[in-house]
Design a protein around this ligand. Structure first.
Ligand SMILES: [Zn+2]
Length: 83
């Protein structure tokens, strides 16, 4: 998986995870159905793991997780362009 795929996949997992957590929390309280809440938690953990493992510079391999905002044009560590 390249860094660009990892970036979008982790955003998707974070969003899906939060939505599932909120809906799961409601269903756990009202209907005692707890699996959506656990699924949401798992999606967030998977999003964090995707960020940590795959959102990295393809040249130097350093994690881009500390870069704020969207995908940078250049790696802040080795200075090479990220295409
Ligand atoms: Zn780099």
């Amino acid at each position: 998986m390249n860094y660009r795929t990892a970036y979008w996949l982790s955003i998707f997992l974070w969003l899906a995870g939060f939505i599932l957590l909120i809906l799961g929390g409601i269903s756990a309280l009202s209907a005692r159905v707890q699996w959506p809440m656990y699924l949401g938690f798992l999606a967030i953990v998977a999003g964090i793991a995707t960020d940590l493992l795959f959102y990295r510079c393809p040249h130097c391999g350093k994690s881009l997780i500390s870069v704020r905002g969207s995908i940078p044009s250049f790696c802040p560590f080795c200075g090479r362009p990220l295409d």
